[in-house]
Design a protein around this ligand. Structure first.
Ligand SMILES: Cc1ncc(COP(=O)(O)O)c(C=O)c1O
Length: 450
């Protein structure tokens, strides 16, 4: 019996071209010269793509390769050292292609069981490294922003349930150095914040915590940062755990970038106190070698997350709540199994390779820090806690700094852009890629002498 033509026909040649392009991108990496263009330039080059009759797959794909991709900054380039870049492993990106083709609904066990189980293995590995108790678990969400919001929402709901009052009566204790997503979460939750001062390296300390929170009775959670975005610093997690334990307050650790460090036995001791937190997040799309978009959200007691996040509706009545439904642990319902590429990468290379990769990044950071200290035209602000360096070009103002950054952005040699520290512009490097070579970075930094 001949098959009826599909409503959306398959063009096998096009599928093959897409596979081939993807294969080459995975093998060769990105072009570091690619970068943003203006919307009007893009409109000019993309032309009228969305038409009543369609432009056909071959032409649409040409626009993807020739117009769209060249206008995308390569976040996984080995010399993209701006913001928090990315360094997904070849295995993780490869399986991401198959993940899309498999079209998995991973919000509920009944639909996505196999993928969810694999994701849970990866979450369990992270929870164990963090020192969380047996039974800890959670889900993968799109990024640190949703992860932090979901954890803080869970904490606020618990406070209302167990300690009473209205949602808006509760406050989040947070430092100015915490990632902006946590300040946004407080606004979304409609709660006030109590500001915890920080030391000269931007960290919450035992003293600063006491100074800010002595006498506070309405704090529902303390937001701890393990790897600040701007400087890679870790708050005093033990002091925060002591406070939270004594006061019965939720401790959430935002380790979107930094908690990747727990993978290395050498780096792990810096996170002492994390094991006493109620929840943490880490973004595998930052420093755990997985593709966008992927944030691991882990709770010590997942029942708390279930109590806050489970959605109810007549059409969800028959969902089995005895099994692990990832939708119950965060602010989401439909979801892709975005933790699967991490699982696949771990399964492929082994956890030792992960530890080596993190150690390699730390070694590169220290080698570059040493090189900066040896150059009298540069001034390193601090020894790194993790893999972020802040340094000054002695005698330069912001305009000179940005001109140098822009020149190197355009020629694709290095992406290193200024940030501000205590109101002063400084250069910032963030390392996450084990392929980055310290000697190459230092060669580029030598051009700062000109
Ligand atoms: C410490 C920290 N928390 C949260 C986030 C937000 O993560 P995302 O961009 O994945 O939402 C970031 C992003 O850089 C971060 O560095």
């Amino acid at each position: 019996m001949s098959q009826a033509p599909k409503f959306f026909p398959v063009d096998e040649d096009l599928v093959h071209s897409i596979e081939l392009w993807s294969r080459n991108r995975i093998i060769n990496g990105p072009d570091p010269k690619n970068g943003a263009r203006t919307a009007s330039e893009l409109e000019g080059d993309l032309g009228a793509s969305i038409t009543t009759g369609g432009i056909g797959g071959t032409e649409a794909f040409r626009r993807f390769t020739d117009v769209i991709v060249p206008a995308i900054r390569a976040n996984d380039g080995a010399y993209n050292l701006a913001y928090v870049p990315a360094a997904p492993s070849a295995a993780s990106v490869s399986i991401d292609l198959a993940l899309s083709a498999a079209e998995i609904f991973a919000g509920a066990w009944e639909a996505g069981a196999g993928a969810i189980h694999a994701e849970n293995q990866a979450l369990k590995w992270l929870a164990e490294l963090a020192g969380f108790p047996n039974g800890a678990g959670g889900t993968f969400v799109s990024g640190g922003t949703v992860g932090n919001l979901s954890a803080l929402f869970t904490a606020r709901e618990k406070a209302v349930r167990e300690r009473g009052g209205k949602p808006a009566d509760w406050k989040l204790a947070i430092s100015e150095n915490a990632h902006s997503s946590n300040h946004l979460a407080a606004r979304v939750l409609g709660v006030d914040t109590v500001s915890i001062p920080v030391d000269e390296r931007g960290r919450i300390t035992r003293e600063s915590l006491k100074a800010a929170l002595g006498g506070e009775t309405q704090v529902f959670a303390v937001l701890a940062t393990a790897g600040s975005t701007n400087a890679g610093m870790i708050d005093d997690l033990e002091a925060i755990a002591d406070y939270c334990e004594a006061e019965g307050v939720w401790m959430h650790v935002d380790g979107a970038y930094g908690i990747a460090g727990i993978v290395s036995p050498d780096v792990r001791p810096q996170f002492k106190g994390l094991e006493r937190a109620h929840s943490f997040i880490v973004d595998p799309h930052k420093w755990l070698f997985a593709p966008y978009d992927c944030c691991a959200l882990v709770y010590g007691d997942p029942a708390q997350a279930r109590a806050a996040n489970t959605q109810t509706a007549p059409y969800l009545e028959l969902v089995d709540r005895e099994v692990w439904n990832p939708s119950d642990f965060a602010i989401h319902l439909s979801r892709r199994a975005r933790g699967l590429p991490l699982w696949f990468s771990l399964a492929t290379y082994g956890t030792d390779r992960y530890a080596d990769a993190v150690d390699q990044v730390i070694a590169t950071t220290h080698a570059v820090a040493d090189g900066i200290k040896k150059r009298d035209f540069l001034d390193l602000l601090f020894e790194p806690d993790l893999s972020v360096l802040l340094f000054r070009r002695v005698g330069w103002d912001l305009e000179q700094m940005t001109a140098w950054s822009e020149r190197h952005r355009i020629d694709g040699t290095i992406l290193c852009i200024p940030t501000f520290w205590s109101g002063v512009p400084v250069y910032r490097l963030c390392f996450v890629n084990p392929e980055t070579k310290a000697e190459v970075v230092l060669e580029m930094l030598d051009t700062l002498q000109d």
